[in-house]
Design a protein around this ligand. Structure first.
Ligand SMILES: Nc1ncnc2c1ncn2[C@@H]1O[C@H](COP(=O)(O)OP(=O)(O)OP(=O)(O)O)[C@@H](O)[C@H]1O
Length: 267
């Protein structure tokens, strides 16, 4: 793979569930170091796309390449090798409830890296400290942690194997505004420090605008816009008008000084 090759490349992707077509000839590329936010209406196929990228679901047609490897044609050993290079923060069911925070983070290291236990301990505590969880809190069970702490432990677990690529599904869902801002800051800091490439699904406008380097808008079964916030809001599409240029969108966009939103529809 050359240095300029995309980290993630989707070509001609089609997804059908019986009569329902979710994606039709969808194309997308994510380059190294980007934070790409995938947005779209409810049921537009964001989660399904993420599952196809992760190899958890097979598209009806088209290809998904991650690090130059075709996810759906890779054999078990190659898929295993790929999975060591990415981390995933799921929206729900983030932690195993019967394990302490520490053991949740240590699990992928024990399963996929087979490291000596003292190294696992140091590495897991380091990842936890990066997300602001100290050694004492690390011994707690998930039920004894706040919602924000659970998210941070889940993020530490996603980072356990030092991934080059991080997938986030609704990273700030369920967090109050202050915790959500703190979590966005945390991800931005980790992105800088670890040179991560990030693909996230989010509904949250503030998260999207403050974190992403490019925004992919999924509508009409394909990406109707893919670019910076400034580029995306200039695309004339009903979903974009409603999402970015409604009252909430305009408030969020005001936070970004360098963006001049086009006039509101009917203004
Ligand atoms: N395994 C499946 N079998 C049949 N239909 C499915 C399956 N998975 C998803 N769908 C349908 O595909 C469409 C896209 O679903 P998906 O969950 O990917 O949307 P989404 O954009 O993530 O939505 P939301 O924002 O509401 O989570 C929906 O109509 C959903 O009902």
């Amino acid at each position: 793979m050359t240095a300029s090759a995309p980290i993630l490349r989707i070509d001609g992707l089609c997804t059908r569930f019986g009569e329902l077509t979710v994606h039709e000839n969808l194309n997308m590329e994510v380059r190294a170091g980007e934070i790409v936010a995938l947005v779209g209406g409810s049921g537009s196929g964001k989660t399904t796309l993420l599952r196809e990228v992760l190899g958890l679901e097979r598209p009806s047609a088209g290809t998904v390449q991650v690090f130059g490897e075709d996810v759906h044609r890779a054999d078990a050993a190659r898929l295993h090798a790929l999975r060591r290079r990415w981390g995933m923060l799921f929206q729900h069911g983030a932690l195993f409830s019967a394990m302490s925070a520490f053991d949740n983070v240590a699990l992928p290291m024990r399963e996929l890296r087979h490291l000596p236990e003292d190294l696992v301990r140091d590495a897991a505590l380091l990842k936890l400290s990066m997300v602001g969880i100290d050694a004492r809190a690390a011994q707690r069970m998930p039920a004894d942690l706040s919602g924000g702490m659970v998210k941070r432990v889940a993020l530490a677990r996603a980072l356990a194997l030092e991934p080059e690529l991080l997938f986030l599904d609704e990273p700030t869902a369920g967090l109050d505004p202050a915790l959500s801002d703190a979590f966005v800051e945390l991800i931005a800091g980790l992105h800088r420090e670890m040179h991560l490439t990030v693909l996230m699904v989010t509904h949250d406008l503030d998260t999207l605008l403050s974190l992403s380097t490019r925004i992919a808008v999924l509508a009409d079964k394909r990406l109707v816009a893919f670019g910076t916030a400034r580029e995306v809001i200039r695309v004339d599409h009903p979903f974009i008008r409603e999402y970015f240029l409604g009252a909430r969108g305009r408030r969020a966009l005001q936070g970004l000084a360098d963006i001049d939103a086009p006039p509101a529809p009917g203004a």
